[in-house]
Design a protein around this ligand. Structure first.
Ligand SMILES: Nc1ncnc2c1ncn2[C@@H]1O[C@H](COP(=O)(O)OP(=O)(O)OP(=O)(O)O)[C@@H](O)[C@H]1O
Length: 221
């Protein structure tokens, strides 16, 4: 489904990603591990179209992604929950959930339908809806960021560091949500220095170090 070959990404004059290859099959939950600064966020941002590769190919269902802008990739069914969540602190959770749907020009009835679907996967969001984003814990904000990504995504989710800085009970809950996404037929790429919490839902884990893939292992039988 998503296939990346020989991807090279520079930020300014510095080579950040080198000869990256990665594959996410339909319905697969794939991990991307590596230390801080290894290049996980850079890879996610490049897949979303927020950074332009220097060279290499990225295809989604055989379609060339490199030629598409970020909003065109969202329209293909991609959702992105960034590491720093990027919630708008003064807006309530409902408004935060709706921002990408508004940006894509979805009609109110369609937004309502998506909200219903997202809340079925993450029921906590219904209770959070009236609260301002700044009133939530870091882990609760991560759940909202996943929900927001789901508002426009129906195929591929990129979850950058979903467990980073999250208390164990909420990490367990986020892993359950990833399990639900699998049941719903989503594919996902999850990054983290430690993906232990998600070990039983990951199909494969890629390991990245200093901008290069060092290993890919199968984690499920
Ligand atoms: N805007 C930027 N300008 C210069 N260098 C950058 C920029 N963004 C990232 N880098 C560098 O690119 C490398 C990869 O960073 P990246 O954020 O992708 O790593 P990461 O694996 O996601 O780690 P972290 O969890 O710390 O974010 C790091 O060496 C980082 O310093």
């Amino acid at each position: 489904m998503l296939e990346i070959h020989d991807l090279n990404v520079n930020i300014g004059p510095t080579a950040i990603l080198r000869n990256i290859r990665l594959r996410v099959d339909h319905g697969a939950i794939v991990g991307l591990t590596g230390r801080n600064g290894a290049g996980k966020t850079t890879l996610m941002r490049t897949i979303m179209g927020l950074l332009k590769p220097k060279s290499g190919t990225m295809q989604f269902h055989g379609q060339d992604l490199v030629a598409l802008h970020a909003h065109q990739r969202s329209a293909l069914g991609f959702g992105y929950a960034p590491e720093d969540r990027r919630l708008i602190p003064d807006l309530n959770v409902l408004e935060n959930l709706c921002t990408p749907a508004w940006a894509l020009g979805m009609k109110p009835a369609q937004i309502e339908q998506r909200l219903h679907h997202v809340q079925r996967i993450i029921p906590e969001l219904e209770e959070f809806r009236p609260r301002r984003a700044m009133q939530l814990s870091g882990g609760q904000q991560k759940l909202v960021a996943i929900g927001r990504a789901l508002m426009t995504a129906d195929k591929l989710l990129l979850l950058d560091e979903p467990f980073e800085g999250v208390a164990p009970a909420l990490s367990k809950r986020i892993a359950e949500v990833v399990g639900e996404l699998r049941k719903e037929g989503f594919s996902a790429l999850l990054s983290g220095a430690d993906l232990q919490h998600a070990a039983n839902v990951l199909d494969h884990t890629y390991q990245i170090d200093r901008g290069q893939m060092v290993a890919a292992e199968s984690t499920r039988t």
